[in-house]
Design a binder for this molecule. Sequence first.
Ligand code: ADP
Ligand code: MG
Length: 334
Amino acid sequence: MVDIVLKAVRKSFGSVEVIKGIDLEIRQGEFMVFVGPSGCGKSTLLRLIAGLEAITSGDLLFDADRMNNVIPSKRGVAMVFQSYALYPHMNVYDNMAFGMKLAKSSKAEMDTRIRKAAEMLQIDHLLDRLPKQLSGGQRQRVAIGRAIVRDPRVFLFDEPLSNLDAALRVATRLEIAKLHHDMKDVTMIYVTHDQVEAMTLADRICVLRDGRVEQVGTPAELYDSPNSIFVAGFIGSPKMNFLKGAFAEAYDCDTLGIRSEHIDIVDEGAVWSGEVVHVEDLGSDHFLFVNVGAEEPLIVRRKGKHEVPLGTKLGVAPQPEHLHRFDSAGKPVS
Ligand code: ADP
Ligand code: MG
């Protein structure tokens, strides 16, 4: 229910600056994902927004109100962490009620909200259980439920899925996407180092690097038009192919980038050629690793099933409209 604005926000721990001047606007109801490598400042930025850390300089606004000196409980923010932090001796219902009890809500209102949130998260049959009687995914849903019942204006998630196994991660990711759909007015900020989570959940992604914003945009914008090698290499799986030396010079750049799905296998008009040195078959797709003489094998994606023996010689051609050219500073060549 609020627009969040960060203006030249900085944070130092002692003499070490961790957040190095961030300008960012997050719109009401938006699902914004902060993504970036470990240690780049994602959690710190989230904690500054929540009020769990003090901002060293700059401004944080919710709508037009300056939040820098507002205590966490008065910001209307709910946060879900990587560790669920449930009270082990309380059942699910009481865990969800706990934050509301503190806020002195009426019993009836509390009950309505808990049951609604439990239904939304499909944990309504678990309300009597203790945390130890739940799976990891269920515990995390209780933690999310506990945040929902507080009726926040802003929902903050810090890598909520990283303790879950792969299958549960996908299921809970869907749950979070649904939550965003059901709580349209609530502004959500979600931290992850997982670019697949970022791509699938975000309205917009903010890529952070070493305490600064590298690029902000929709998943498609970042995927199609990365403004640096860093973003190009971070977003997308498998990683974008990068070629240097003569491969890049032929295209008047320092580094040439091309995604695996933008390379055609051709009989005539091959631009590069080489032997297949490795194959990864994912069922729906498979990836051919072709040694074209660059530093690393070129990864070429093909749809469907094909038997391609190792050592097969292939000619390939990058689709010209999908080439990414970068200069020696890692910025796009215009
Ligand atoms: P991320 O969440 O992106 O992995 P963090 O925001 O946790 O990164 O940390 C960013 C940097 O700030 C790291 O170098 C970390 O060691 C440092 N840092 C985080 N919290 C503190 C703290 N309370 N005191 C000192 N340094 C901290
Ligand atoms: Mg973190």
